[in-house]
Design a protein around this ligand. Structure first.
Ligand SMILES: [Fe+2]
Length: 334
């Protein structure tokens, strides 16, 4: 892969200029002028597959419902069915009573319009007890067990770390590596950390027929979240893998914001989607892309030649969008 600067060049600078202008508007107004709001695009022709992503959604409150309802409304308008939803962690805040799988997942996300697998990874609130669950590791295990014991459910979590090829292994368009970034005491054990490290190194060496390779973890590596910002810890864990491999997207949640960043020194795009239901966080002005404090989700349309990403709010507004070619050219399409 070429360097990010060579790959993106003028297009990237233009993209940043445009997104900064757009973001500043949001900081000032904290809301879009309804007259200027553009609905998310749902017409993409017959080619390619569609995915949605959401993170930090497990609040069980009206905000989770609003995002879930708009995801369903959006999916209903697509000309082809969704292939999958990517669930980016913090899947269940607070205590995980068994009936919450039904109330806050099965019933929350329309079976009719979101009738596809939800591939999930684990966030910090999926472990506890440092946070608010009071249940520790069993809370993560309950989610793994629910997937195992309910194979007909849309809830998919085959392991704490795993890889999938979509739409299928025979003719894949994208290979997605899901990672568990919970390194604090009480989450991953020392043995699990070592196992995941070895597994990831082996997985990255494996051949795939998919033109796209993405990496997902709950934790952002780079972020314009005011209270948190960039994570040296996550960059130390996986930054070199992003730089050394043909990975085009690092997708995360955790910071309750919607973001698209292009970061110097990395050829991949960074997207943060932590706005599925938990309380929102403040963002800071960005020179690296788009960041907003607003509930919503991501839509991905993937073809062999390019993928397009839309950041969509609970009213179905296209807040920000970009397109990426196989050669690494990034173009903001908002
Ligand atoms: Fe989190």
């Amino acid at each position: 892969m070429k360097s990010s600067q060579n790959n993106i060049g003028l297009t990237r600078r233009e993209a940043i200029k445009r997104t900064v202008v757009f973001s500043s508007g949001l900081f000032l107004a904290d809301w879009l002028n309804p007259l200027q709001a553009k609905p998310a695009v749902t017409e993409f022709g017959d080619k390619g597959i569609h995915l949605l992503a959401m993170g930090d959604f497990g609040s069980g409150n009206a905000n989770q419902t609003a995002v879930a309802n708009q995801m369903a409304a959006f999916a209903k308008k697509l000309n082809t069915p969704l292939t999958a939803v990517l669930a980016l962690g913090d899947n269940f805040y607070k205590k995980l009573e068994a009936d919450r799988f039904d109330r806050h997942f099965e019933q929350m996300y329309s079976k009719e319009d979101l009738n596809c697998p939800f591939y999930a990874c684990l966030g910090n609130h999926d472990y506890g007890p440092k946070y608010d669950s009071g249940q520790g590791r069993p809370k993560a295990q309950m989610q793994l067990d629910y997937a195992k014991n309910n194979p007909s459910s849309r809830w998919k979590m085959p392991a704490k770390w795993y890889a999938i090829e979509l739409p299928n292994a025979e003719n894949p368009l994208v290979k997605i590596i899901f990672l568990d970034g919970n390194m604090v005491e009480g989450a991953l054990t020392p043995q699990e950390k070592l196992e995941q490290k070895r597994w990831l190194e082996a997985e990255l060496k494996k051949e795939t027929r998919a033109p796209w390779r993405w990496m997902i973890s709950h934790f952002p590596m780079y972020s314009e979240c005011k209270a948190r910002g960039d994570s040296a810890r996550v960059a130390q864990l996986w930054g070199s893998h992003l730089q050394a491999n043909p990975i085009s997207l690092y997708l995360s949640g955790h910071d309750h914001t919607l973001q698209h960043l292009e970061v110097e020194g990395y050829h991949n795009s960074f997207v943060v989607c932590g706005t599925g239901g938990g309380s929102l966080y403040e963002v800071k002005p960005s020179t690296r892309g788009y960041a907003a404090k607003i509930y919503g989700f991501n839509h991905f349309h993937i073809t062999p030649e390019r993928f397009e990403v839309q950041l969509v709010d609970t009213k179905g507004t296209r807040l920000h969008a970009f397109r990426r070619t196989l050669a690494g050219k990034v173009e903001v399409t908002t």
